[in-house]
Design a protein around this ligand. Structure first.
Ligand code: NAD
Length: 412
């Protein structure tokens, strides 16, 4: 992995002078500069040179992450100011593969990843033809090189040397279906893809989007174990969309500024296994019992709301792509050395008696650095009851995934 210390600055090739850098070092001209009006912006690759803003409400990041990101940027600017160079040639440095890149989530996700200043190489894989998506994206004037890989014979090449693999491959829900109804098709797809990940990029972070996440993550863990390369710190079920929805719905309900709101969501990623901890909302907010019930139900059924509105044309794709891009950006920042990156994710865990559980985790260069158990302390009666109920369903889904993977030997 070739992360450079400057990669958080890596939009375009040259960054122009401005205010934040001058705050960092007023004594001499610095190599990193910022457009004076804007600040540090994640995914600001729309403009190939310069301006990065941390303050935009459309940032993927919440207020705290934004502050950390800006601090990191300032630190790097300061370090660079100690060098003699006047101009910073910034380089994106991470390789990302999306498996299922031609799909409803895959395409908008690929676009968002193409905009990331941290990505040098973007590999798009699908069993459907993904050449057109790659050709289309490759015309965007952002730093990453896009390559397409269609069909299983090209999968190994797609994965070699990759730092993060994101997996949205599989079938989505139709009205009336639960995520578990997808198990029979998606379990096999995830198993096959993870075998290839184990063979070709066993050290990569693995982000699993394919549903049912409550089962596909345990399947992936079993396959990686069978291949002898399981690293629980690097396997993630992507539950970010539950947090994104919780933040949005709470901000709307309470008239809060969206960028300020952070609601931890724990448990799993299906129906009642999704448990938003409204009592831990930041900034702290008070809710009536009715509001807690309504908000919890809406967050748990946010996916179904979209499935029904799409009336047979699939499930959440755009908001999911946004959420997956946020989780990817957080992972890349962690890989790049930022030491204050927190996200909710479904990971191997000891915070409950279940082997996998979604909660806030601290991300670092080596993956999960810590699982934040304190969120489960001091729950309200409503949340504590929700936790007990969800554990029963989640246990069954985890066991179903493990049994599936153990029944079928991996290919050598
Ligand atoms: N984790 C979440 O919060 C969340 C949210 C929404 C959807 N999802 C899940 O994401 C998955 C994808 O949803 P979508 O709307 O993009 O579906 P989609 O059908 O639009 O796209 C899926 C893509 O996967 C590809 N594919 C199928 N089998 C493959 C294989 N073996 N290898 C590589 N690619 C393969 C298809 O060709 C297609 O391009 C579904 O399982 C859905 O339930 C998860």
């Amino acid at each position: 992995m070739a992360a450079t210390s400057a990669s958080a600055l890596s939009i375009g090739s040259t960054i122009s002078h401005g205010s934040i850098a001058n705050q960092v070092s007023q004594s001499k001209a610095v190599g990193v500069n910022f457009n004076s009006r804007t600040h540090l912006k994640s995914f600001a690759g729309l403009k190939a040179s310069a301006s990065v803003s941390c303050e935009s409400v459309s940032s993927f990041l919440g207020k705290e992450s934004t502050a950390v990101l800006r601090h990191s940027f300032a630190r790097k600017a300061h370090n660079l100011s100690q060098t003699s160079s006047n101009v910073l040639q910034v380089k994106a440095s991470f390789k990302v593969a999306i498996l299922g890149a031609a799909g409803g989530i895959g395409q908008p996700l690929a676009l968002l990843v193409k905009m990331s200043p941290l990505v040098s190489d973007l590999h798009l894989y699908d069993i459907a033809n993904v050449k057109g998506v790659a050709a289309d994206l490759s015309h965007c004037n952002t730093p990453s090189q896009v390559r397409d890989f269609t069909g299983s014979e090209e999968l190994a090449n797609c994965l070699k040397g990759v730092d993060v693999v994101v997996i949205p491959a599989g079938v989505p829900r139709k009205p009336g279906m639960t995520r578990d109804d997808l198990f029979n098709i998606n379990a096999g797809i995830v198993k096959t893809l993870i075998e290839a990940v184990a063979d070709n990029c066993p050290d990569a972070f693995i982000h699993i989007i394919s549903n049912p996440v409550n089962s596909t993550v345990p399947i992936a863990a079993e396959v990686l174990k069978q291949k002898g390369v399981y690293n629980p710190k690097k396997l993630f079920g992507v539950t970010t969309l539950d947090v994104v929805r919780a933040n949005t719905f709470v901000a709307q309900k309470k008239n809060l500024k969206l960028i300020d709101v952070d609601v931890p969501v724990i448990g799993g990623h299906a129906g009642i296994t999704i448990l938003p901890l409204l009592s831990k909302t930041k900034p702290s907010a008070t809710f009536t019992d009715q509001e807690v019930n309504d908000l919890t139900n809406r967050i748990q059924n946010g996916g179904t709301e979209v499935v029904e509105a799409k009336a047979g044309a699939g499930s959440a794709t755009l908001s999911m792509a946004y959420a997956a891009a946020r989780f990817l950006e957080s992972s890349l920042r962690a890989l790049d050395g930022d030491s204050d990156v927190y996200e909710c994710a479904f990971v191997q865990s000891e915070v409950t008696e279940l082997p996998f559980f979604a909660s806030r985790v601290k991300l670092g260069k080596k993956g999960v650095e810590a699982v934040i158990s304190s969120d489960l302390e001091g729950l309200t009666e409503y949340e504590a009851k929700g936790l007990e109920v969800l554990k029963v369903e989640l246990k069954g889904s985890i066991e179903k995934g493990v049994a599936f993977a153990q029944k079928q030997a991996v290919t050598a």
